[in-house]
Design a protein around this ligand. Sequence first.
Ligand code: UD1
Length: 361
Amino acid sequence: MPKIMHVVGARPNFMKVAPVMAAMDKRPGLFQQVLVHTGQHYDYVMSQVFFEELRMPEPDEYLNVGSGSHAQQTAHVMLAFEPVLLSQQPDWVIVVGDVNSSLACALVCSKAGIPVAHVEAGLRSGDRSMPEEINRLLTDQIADLLFTPSRDADAHLLREGCDPSKIHLVGNVMIDTLVSLLPQAQARPILADLGLQKGQYVLVTLHRPVNVDHPEVLREILAALDEISQDIPVIFPVHPRTRETLNQHGLASARIRFLQPQGYLDFLALTDAAGAVITDSGGIQEETTYLGVPCLTVRTTTERPVTVTLGTNRLVASERQAILDSFSGVSLGQRGGGKIPELWDGHAAERIVEVMAAQVI
Ligand code: UD1
């Protein structure tokens, strides 16, 4: 039976791999699946809780690479992944998204002559100062199959000279997970636990280095959030990278409600019921577009432009006044202000499996 190796490393990978593994499980006898976790994210709240809530199997191989500079992290993943790849000898490796682990493993595969498929291929922000943009560009250049979430992604890949026969428009796997777990998320008591009313709070996440590694930038954004929280509760689950800057520079606000990072279900429940979301995440731009929740993305570019052209997303600079001005134009709690992009329908993983099946049969 052909062996498929899935690679996960960091938080946004888990909800993309889970539906692909589940869809392969529904085709018994077709694939043998192996799961590798690089350990790029390792805290319970950044990793293990997602395995439990997404009902993913325990990883077959755990590489335990942990944190470090980009070069250290990428190199550690490569060094730890190569012997696992060579001993497991999969027929295909599937990497997802744009984190360091995805590029590192794709690079090892390409040198070892083992074909690699990239899920969420073709996204481009055009901003090469983002580590993720470099990871996207390079992973796509060496991947043998490119699964794209939207037509703009196909266009980028063609423009960069990728062979059209490698490109498959399958839709958004992250939305597969959202569609299947939304009812479970909506049944969680998190709103009541936090004393929140549907549509009457703002949910915030920030973790991009450009926003959170520089205290003066983070201070500007917090000033805007603090002002917003005079009128409406602001709920802010804090990523470890952001926590580090807050602690190191004594940045605080008595009004903003800082929380631990949330698990998948509680975070989805909080997003679904939010009056508006303010974020710099990639995936949350997509989730708010699907849910029709107004979203302000604190970035100057996005690799997910359909969330702006079709969806509920607006870009805003990381400056206090710009955020306040944009926020004043948001219709709080007003749902359905956009359209759901093509093929964001809960069936992207099934389409991936069809293509993979044709490769291995
Ligand atoms: C990584 C991804 C980013 C993704 C994000 C989601 C890259 C280049 N970046 O960024 O695309 O949006 O994950 O979270 O791959 N830390 C912990 N516990 C953990 C993990 C990290 O405390 O479980 C701390 C460490 O101090 C670490 C820092 O967070 O240095 C940043 O982690 P890292 O994996 O380097 O990058 P992220 O900012 O999480």
